[in-house]
Design a protein around this ligand. Structure first.
Ligand code: 5CA
Length: 158
């Protein structure tokens, strides 16, 4: 674990603190996008858990939607779930809310607690892969375990 960069180490420590035995791995190639990540680990793109940050229009709160790499978030649908319109988050807002740069935003280990939703399509897989703080770091986890450690609500997001 000592060879990991600081952002990935923070995710690894958070996973431990949450009682998760998952191991953060640094890949020799980019895992910046879901397609890159799927190629790097040799899984289906649907098995990549994208951690996408949105910003509520009125209250300007961050919302984390952990989405299958095969799906696009339907913001109209998410409005029903969240109870408020969602807008895009820019790169600065993502960093402020999570403590990580786009391309490496993990599902746990954020600067502040974030209201979290999980794409129900992720639950069909035995294991999925999520970003771990940098554009080359990932960890493998069972989707039920991801739901447990994030406290996220499993919903239809697309
Ligand atoms: N490490 C990979 C696989 S887990 C990863 O983080 N993928 S991701 O999909 O979760 O992160 C990239 C996402 O960041 C994109 O899907 C897109 O929604 C968002 N994004 C990319 N560029 C920007 C930008 N300039 N402003 C806001 N969001 C962006």
């Amino acid at each position: 674990m000592t060879h990991l960069p600081p952002s990935a180490r923070k995710v690894q420590q958070t996973l431990r603190d949450l009682g998760c035995a998952c191991q953060v791995v640094e890949m020799p190639v980019s895992t910046r996008t879901a397609a890159d990540a799927a190629e790097a680990v040799g899984c289906r793109v649907g098995q990549i858990a994208k951690s996408l940050v949105f910003k509520t229009r009125k209250s300007k709160r961050p919302i984390l939607v952990i989405t299958s790499g095969a799906n696009r978030v339907d913001v109209k649908r998410m409005r029903q779930v969240v109870g408020e319109k969602l807008g895009k988050a820019d790169a600065d807002f993502v960093r402020e809310a999570t403590g990580y740069a786009i391309g490496g935003v993990p599902p746990v280990g954020h600067a502040h607690p974030i209201e979290t939703y999980i794409d129900e399509d992720l639950m069909q897989y035995e294991a999925i892969w999520a970003a771990a703080g940098t554009p080359r770091a990932l960890f493998r986890i069972a989707p039920q375990e991801l739901a447990r450690i994030t406290g996220g609500k499993v919903v239809a997001v697309s």
